[in-house]
Design a protein around this ligand. Structure first.
Ligand SMILES: Cc1cc2nc3c(=O)[nH]c(=O)nc-3n(C[C@H](O)[C@H](O)[C@H](O)COP(=O)(O)OP(=O)(O)OC[C@H]3O[C@@H](n4cnc5c(N)ncnc54)[C@H](O)[C@@H]3O)c2cc1C
Length: 479
């Protein structure tokens, strides 16, 4: 049986009855900001936007939607890059978490905080810092994305190599299920082996299995020292050799090891005089290295000593001597990400391969693109300590829209074929959503698909939650 979208005003009026006091928005001008994601590539007008302000309101809302078979999609900060959080064209109610944004507790003794899902990541990080703690999830969208979105996408970022993905940082969750029941798994226990670890099923499930309303997150001691360097190298192979030596020589204190190929640095340099060529001359490959630690280690001596030992690999480098200089080095990385598409559409990939295969992957994928899409600009950067590369493809400015679509299809197929050759993943960070669904389903083995479909059926038998993300729609399965 298909999910039937509500079209009548009475259904929407009933929603407003469940969430009084402005909890439901229906006017075009109110809906606009919930209808478009960060990239602008994905747009979808929802039937309405529901904004519960407590777990009880969320529960009542989902009870109602379940009973009425109203399709819904949870929405955080809309920075997800796979088109999952905007309403689909079959008519969905967006459930915005923005009014559930409180920090419920912080315990520096437990090294844990409990945060509502609508809290903006940067606000949660700031609150942790005020307790002398670090919430280590860190990436460019942290000023907009929300904790529920981070959990639902199992977000990564710059510091994964030291602290892990969001999955590694979640101690407990509170989740409202498709039928409105509240699953209270919100605990700050470090060890708990009682049966199935249910929180794991919701992490990375992209809103398809339940609505995360709060998360208990691991914190760490706030580092008191951070050292940052940008180095120039001859090749990606040398960058990977540098990474292996940095992990050992810097006592595993690396918090970031970001690879940027020359093209990315040149994109940042287009910003003008504030972004000169950062080193004395151009290098094919750059690495932004960050190490951090508490007070009893001479971190500056460690970084300088390390750089002295790797002169066979490092051609040139700059070590930030102030926090402001370090931030400036990081700005090259940020500006490059923001400006890479020249304001237009571009193909984003976020693939991973075993770290030992990363240099071969980059060489193979760039060669394949050069051969089959010579007109495109490839922008390559990534969190190489995690084997995670963003290999993005920017079309020529003058290219017609239909040709751009063909270029993206061809380029993605080329990149994913090289990923497959090295036993990698077509989505290391951003998830599947709707954008990667076809490529995901083409590669999934029947047993995994069967288990996944069974999980979906168990958690959301009416398929009202984020229908058609990750897995095909219920209708597509002929159910
Ligand atoms: C500039 C930039 C840099 C980025 N860098 C990185 C990076 O380094 N690493 C990385 O992993 N990602 C990165 N991303 C992707 C993105 O920021 C993350 O996926 C982020 O976690 C999404 O959070 P959000 O609140 O914006 O979620 P949204 O985009 O609103 O939603 C994403 C998905 O989560 C679901 N969802 C949202 N809230 C909930 C909830 N409460 N319960 C259940 N499901 C929910 C949505 O339905 C959707 O499927 C980047 C994005 C941008 C724009």
């Amino acid at each position: 049986m298909n999910v039937v979208p509500p079209t009548s005003a009475s259904l929407i009026a009933a929603l407003a009855g469940v969430l009084p006091n402005g909890g439901v928005l229906t006017e075009d001008e109110d809906l606009a900001r919930y209808s478009r994601d960060w990239s602008g590539d994905h747009v979808g007008r929802p039937l309405a936007v529901a904004r519960p302000s407590s777990v009880e309101e969320m529960s009542a809302l989902m009870r109602h939607c379940h009973a009425q078979r109203i399709p819904v999609v949870p929405q955080g900060g809309l920075t997800g890059l796979v088109g999952a959080a905007v309403a689909a064209d079959f008519g969905e109610v967006v459930i915005s978490l923005e009014r559930m944004n409180r920090i419920r507790s912080i315990s520096p003794i437990d090294f844990a905080m409990v945060v509502e899902a609508g809290c903006i990541l940067e606000d949660a990080k700031r609150a942790a810092e005020q307790s002398d703690c670090l919430l280590p999830i860190t990436f460019g969208a942290q000023g907009s994305c929300r904790i529920g979105g981070n959990v639902a996408t199992n977000a990564g970022g710059f510091n994964v190599l030291r602290y892990g993905m969001t999955r590694d940082l979640v101690l407990g969750l509170e989740v409202v299920l498709a039928d409105g029941r509240i699953w209270n798994g919100l605990k700050v226990l470090r060890k708990d082996n009682r049966g199935y670890d249910l929180k794991q099923i919701f992490i990375g499930s992209e809103g398809t299995l339940g609505i995360v309303t709060a998360a208990a997150l691991k914190l760490f001691p706030k580092p008191t020292q951070t050292e940052t360097a940008l180095v120039g190298l001859r090749s990606v192979e040398d960058a990977m050799a540098l990474y292996a030596r940095a992990r050992r020589d810097c006592s595993d204190l690396l918090t970031a090891f970001e690879l940027i190929l020359r093209g990315g640095i040149e994109i940042a340099m287009r910003e003008g005089a504030d972004f000169p060529d950062p080193l004395t001359r151009a290098y094919p490959v750059y690495v932004l290295i960050e190490i951090s630690a508490g007070g009893l280690i001479d971190l500056s001596a460690m970084l300088l000593g390390f750089l002295d030992r790797v002169t066979d690999l490092v051609e040139d480098g700059i070590v930030a001597s102030t926090r402001a200089q370090a931030e400036r080095l990081w700005l090259y990385r940020e500006i490059m990400v923001e400006r890479q598409g020249r304001g237009g559409r571009y193909l984003r990939t976020d693939v991973s391969v075993p770290i030992s295969k990363l240099a071969d992957f980059v060489a193979g994928a760039l060669a394949a693109l050069e051969r089959s899409c010579p007109e495109a600009l490839a922008v390559t950067y990534g969190h190489v300590g995690d084997g995670n590369i963003h290999l993005n493809v920017v079309p020529p400015e003058s290219m017609a829209p239909a040709a751009v679509e063909r270029l993206f299809e061809q380029a993605e197929a080329e990149i994913f074929a090289v990923v497959d050759r090295y036993g990698g993943s077509i989505s290391a960070e951003h998830g599947i959503g709707r954008v990667k669904q076809k490529a995901f389903l083409e590669r999934i083995d029947p047993v995994t698909l069967d288990i996944a479909a069974g999980i979906k059926q168990a958690f959301d038998p009416r398929h009202i939650l984020s229908n058609g993300r990750i897995l095909a729609t219920r209708a597509d399965h002929g159910l």
